[in-house]
Design a protein around this ligand. Structure first.
Ligand code: ADP
Length: 473
């Protein structure tokens, strides 16, 4: 079964490859691929820069046609891509299929949006002149992507880059390079010039990250990953004032007010907290629940979480897969143990991890000063913090270095507006547990990063504005 599923990437498999890709659910080796060193990546950047010159001369429509062809091939291979995602990342197959559809939607969206990179005309300061602006591709771009969405985190960088007229070199996460390579193969099959979009899997992440920031031809770096690595890249990028888009860590509050629809809020937690075993940067990290509904909400949530089925993502009925590896599972278990020692109650689940698996867990009695409330958990553990009133909720919610996504459940329209505006986050979902879509600007504030992906803003992040003064009339 594995051989057949990996047919899409068979060209890349090497018996002596330095990168060993494993299935986190079973520990089985899926395949080995070559690791690119800095010299190899540097040569790929040079070629990407040569390729973008011709690409930028294409009409937006011509670029759109090739992106559409890529989109069609991604959908045509959706089942194979989903299986590769599940095998290398562990997420349940149904979620992997969802990721393929979601990731493909960015390609379609930017195929269209690339045709709308409008400039402006601005009244001049004298009768003899006019002011206009045009938007031009930034140039050669680089991207570094994480393992939690091995496909979608790539399409939402590559599609806008190509639509804007840029070239792009992508370094995928060490754990999930096969999905990235499959995407590259399909893009080239669709007719996108090979040098324009290249995947450079490597074991030397930090060396390649430094190269992306210091290679004179790289004009922009887009990174999705931890705040720690984002800070390193930002410091390195200062040398050449390389443009940056950073999608970093989060610590999303999920606020349930007394007047919330509790069943809807429970389903929202399931989608937001336990999807991908809690390994998304917009995952609800802390559940803030108002006094009046605290016990009822926790009881309903415990009952619902009890229905999750942990197992191999390839198995029928699995709704909670493993974490990306055993080290991550042990890290999450240590956070739970720390909170338990501090007096928090475990309502379901627990501190035990088994290999890469960690059970779905709910803890009550958590306070905002605890590591489990301050750190990004990145696992299927929901700490519940009790609050008294609106001001209390806003204070706790904003008491973090992060500012990516926030969720709130209330039926009071005045409260919804007040709290939505007061939350220091780049994205707020009201009465919904999932907010990512290609049509909306995704991004954070504070130490969650800068720049936006998706929507028209996602295209603008790969373009420069040129102001032209047309005088001498
Ligand atoms: P996560 O905690 O989600 O794994 P990381 O920030 O560690 O987040 O990883 C995200 C991506 O950053 C991966 O592709 C990883 O290989 C890469 N990476 C890790 N360390 C560095 C570094 N020092 N420089 C550049 N990229 C790095």
């Amino acid at each position: 079964m594995t051989i057949e599923t990996l047919a899409l990437v068979s060209d890349y498999l090497r018996a002596d490859g330095a990168i060993v890709v494993e299935n986190p659910a079973t520990g089985a080796v899926l395949g080995r691929i070559a690791s690119h060193d800095a010299d190899a990546v540097s040569a790929i950047i040079d070629k990407a820069d040569a390729a973008r010159i011709a690409w930028a001369q294409h009409s937006a429509q011509a670029r759109s046609n090739l992106l559409r062809a890529w989109h069609g091939l991604i959908l045509a291979h959706a089942d194979d891509l989903a299986r590769i995602i599940t095998l290398e990342s562990g997420k349940p197959l149904a979620e992997a299929k969802g990721e393929v559809a979601y990731g493909a939607s960015y390609v379609e969206w930017f195929a269209e949006e690339g045709k709308r990179a409008y400039g402006e005309t601005i009244p001049g300061f004298s009768p003899r002149s006019r002011i206009l602006t045009i938007r031009q591709p930034i140039g050669t771009c680089a991207a570094i992507t994480p393992w939690n969405f091995p496909l979608a985190m790539i399409t939402r960088k590559v599609a806008p880059a190509l639509a804007a007229g840029c070239s792009i070199v992508v370094k995928p996460a060490e754990a999930t390079p096969l999905t990235a390579l499959a995407l590259e193969k399909l893009a080239h099959e669709a007719g996108i010039p090979a040098d324009l979009f290249r995947v450079t899997a490597t074991k030397s992440s930090s060396a390649i990250g430094a190269l992306f920031c210091t290679h004179p031809l790289v004009r922009k770096l887009s990174f999705t990953g931890s705040t720690r690595v984002g800070q390193i890249l930002m410091a390195q990028a200062a040398q050449q004032v390389t443009r940056l888009s950073l999608e970093l860590g989060g610590n999303a509050p999920f606020i349930v007010f007394d007047d919330a629809d509790l069943d809807a809020a429970v389903e929202g937690v399931l989608a937001s907290k336990y999807r991908n075993a809690g390994q998304t940067c917009v995952c609800a990290n802390r559940l803030l629940v108002q006094d009046g509904v605290h016990d009822a909400f926790v009881a309903r949530l415990v009952a619902r979480v009890g229905q999750l089925r942990m197992g191999d993502g390839m198995a029928d009925g699995t709704t909670l897969g493993p974490l990306i590896d055993a080290r991550e599972a042990a890290r999450v278990a240590a956070l739970v143990e720390d909170a338990r020692t501090a007096g928090c109650a475990i309502k379901i689940g627990g501190t035990g991890s088994d290999g890469a698996f960690h059970p779905a867990t709910i803890m009550t009695g958590v306070t905002q000063d605890m590591p489990i409330a301050q750190d990004e958990i990145f696992g299927p553990v929901a700490p519940v913090i009790r609050f008294t009133d609106e001001a209390d909720a806003i204070r706790i919610a904003n008491d973090t270095i992060y500012g990516l996504a926030a969720y709130l459940y209330s039926r009071d329209i005045g409260r919804v507006w007040r709290v939505m505006e007061a939350l220091e986050y780049g994205m707020v979902a009201v009465n919904e547990g999932i907010l990512s879509t290609e049509t909306a600007p995704f991004g954070g504030v504070k130490q969650s990063g800068m720049g936006r992906e998706g929507s028209s803003h996602g295209l603008a992040d790969y373009m420069e504005i040129k102001y032209a003064l047309m005088g001498g009339m």
